[in-house]
Design a protein around this ligand. Structure first.
Ligand code: GDP
Length: 474
């Protein structure tokens, strides 16, 4: 039996009533405390002075600890199974915010029999009780983590079940082919005869092409979710950090600072339209024997190799040429493709190299575009943002924001596997290389790969992996 078929109570701790503060800690007007599980109503009744008569009714109440001490005035909403987020009996308390009130209220609920929820445990229960599938659960985490409006739109579409419906429809096509083959294998004597191979082949080809189409959304999906990586590269002091700050400061967009992987890289997501851009300021590329600095450069190199676009900076012709050469050398060392490169002449307010023909130089060094900027005056910074967008449009195409998109390696892997199995089936079946019954094993595997993407996963491990990213209270 798969974990998803199993009743929630079959898992360790699944019968417990869980509690958590769903809002972030710290000063704030309100905090939301969630309680879910078989005992949640009993615990709520015991701790609250007033209890809602009906489900989904909001009631102003007082919450007390075991000694009868009032802890807060709260608004309580009652949910009756299965009509709740988790599918279990649940309550939500809106308490006052801050640190002390929510903590003491949670402690009072724990004293009455609840236990602290683990990260993602509410959503996990929602999946186990069939309220959400795994793709939707992932979308919940993506929506919370969204660093841009584009990522928000894609996550909402996935939460709404867009990708799940698409995958389900594709899986039904696999089942249709399986049925055609099965009929073909032992069609009743009195019937019209076997299914014409052309009919099966047409369904198969349409399905393969639909899977290829979905697979093609993976690159854009990843870029939208993570932000398209734009890496600042160049020697020290050419003005990369200043440009990084200018890009962030100039963009009329939401900026999400992300702690860099090391002391040497700072990242921020600029919510540009249509592509969110993840700008990274690195330690720069230069030869050194200093070990710590060397590690910083390793980081730069790995960023440069993965970049959707490299922002090659120099404050004169020589440093710009040197930066480009370092970037190309780094890409070669890493065996990476030559990604698009924008040549950026920095500190243009100083006009030190006024004779420089930037577009000719850009062409010569293989840059897709060449721009002069000044972090000091802001000249060229807006244009640089637009140019990054244009380069991405030209290399990746426009992002799909309102259609189902594959956003994670897990999705890409499953769809690619389904496609490979279908191709293996076609190869074995069409030329009768294998008996149809044996070739059909590939069809079955293709169906399983698609099924596992939505749910029906056999191991707890995959669920653990999906829910690892969640915060407590979700
Ligand atoms: P990085 O080492 O490449 O990150 O370079 P920084 O951003 O730290 O800049 C090095 C020096 O150049 C600093 O003193 C900056 O104030 C200066 N600088 C950076 N950008 C500009 C600019 O656009 N115009 C002028 N005049 N100075 C700049």
């Amino acid at each position: 039996m798969s974990a998803l078929d199993a009743p929630a109570s079959a898992l360790p701790g699944a019968a417990d009533t869980i509690v958590a503060v769903a809002t972030p800690p710290g000063r704030g007007a309100l905090s939301i405390i969630r309680l879910s599980g078989g005992q949640s109503h009993e615990i709520g009744r015991a701790a609250l002075s007033r209890w809602p008569d009906r489900p989904r009714q909001a009631v102003l109440s007082e919450v007390r600890d075991e000694l009868g001490q009032i802890l807060d005035q709260v608004v309580v909403v009652r949910y009756d199974a299965p009509s709740s987020f988790t599918g279990e009996d649940a309550i939500e308390l809106s308490t006052h915010g801050g640190v002390v009130v929510p903590t003491t209220v949670v402690a009072a609920l724990i004293a009455r029999g609840a236990r602290m929820a683990t990260p993602g445990e509410f959503t996990r229960r929602a999946v186990l009780n069939g309220k959400l599938d795994i793709l939707q659960a992932e979308a919940t985490a993506d929506l919370i983590a969204a660093g841009s409006r584009a990522a928000q739109r894609v996550a909402l579409q996935q939460l709404d079940g867009g990708l799940s419906r698409r995958i389900t429809a594709l899986r039904e096509k696999v089942l249709e082919i399986e049925a055609l083959i099965a009929y073909d294998i032992d069609f009743p004597e009195e019937d019209d005869g076997p299914v014409a191979p052309a009919r099966t082949l047409a369904v198969l080809e349409a399905l393969e092409s639909a899977l290829r189409g979905l697979l093609a959304t993976a690159r854009g999906g990843e870029l939208v979710r993570e932000g398209a990586l734009a890496v600042l590269a160049g020697a020290p002091n050419v003005g990369k950090s200043s440009l990084f700050n200018a890009l962030i400061g100039r963009s009329r967009a939401i900026v999400t600072p992300i702690p860099g992987t090391t002391r040497d890289a700072i990242e921020a997501v600029i919510d540009a339209d249509p592509w969110p851009i993840r700008v990274v300021d690195t330690a720069g590329l230069r030869s050194t024997t200093d070990l710590v600095e060397r590690l910083g450069i390793e980081v730069s190199e790995s960023y440069v190799a993965r970049a959707a676009v490299v922002l090659c900076c120099g404050d004169d012709e020589a440093s710009l040429r040197a930066a480009t050469e370092s970037v190309r050398a780094a890409q070669r060392r890493r065996g990476a493709d030559e990604n698009p490169l924008i040549a950026i002449l920095t500190k243009c307010d100083l006009a030190r190299d006024s004779r420089i023909d930037l577009s000719a130089l850009g062409g010569e060094i293989g840059a897709t575009a060449a721009i002069a900027v000044s972090a000091e005056s802001g000249a060229g910074v807006q244009r640089l943002l637009m140019t990054i967008g244009e380069v991405l449009d030209n290399t990746v195409g426009l992002p799909e924001l309102d259609a189902p998109v594959l956003t994670q390696a897990r999705h890409q892997h499953a769809v690619a596997q389904a496609l490979a199995e279908l191709e293996a089936f076609r190869y074995a079946w069409r030329d009768e290389r294998l008996p149809a019954t044996i070739a059909a094993v590939h069809l079955h595997a293709a169906g399983d790969a698609l099924r596992d993407l939505i749910g029906g996963i056999d191991t707890e491990q995959v669920l653990d992996e999906v829910f690892r990213r969640f915060c407590v209270g979700k």
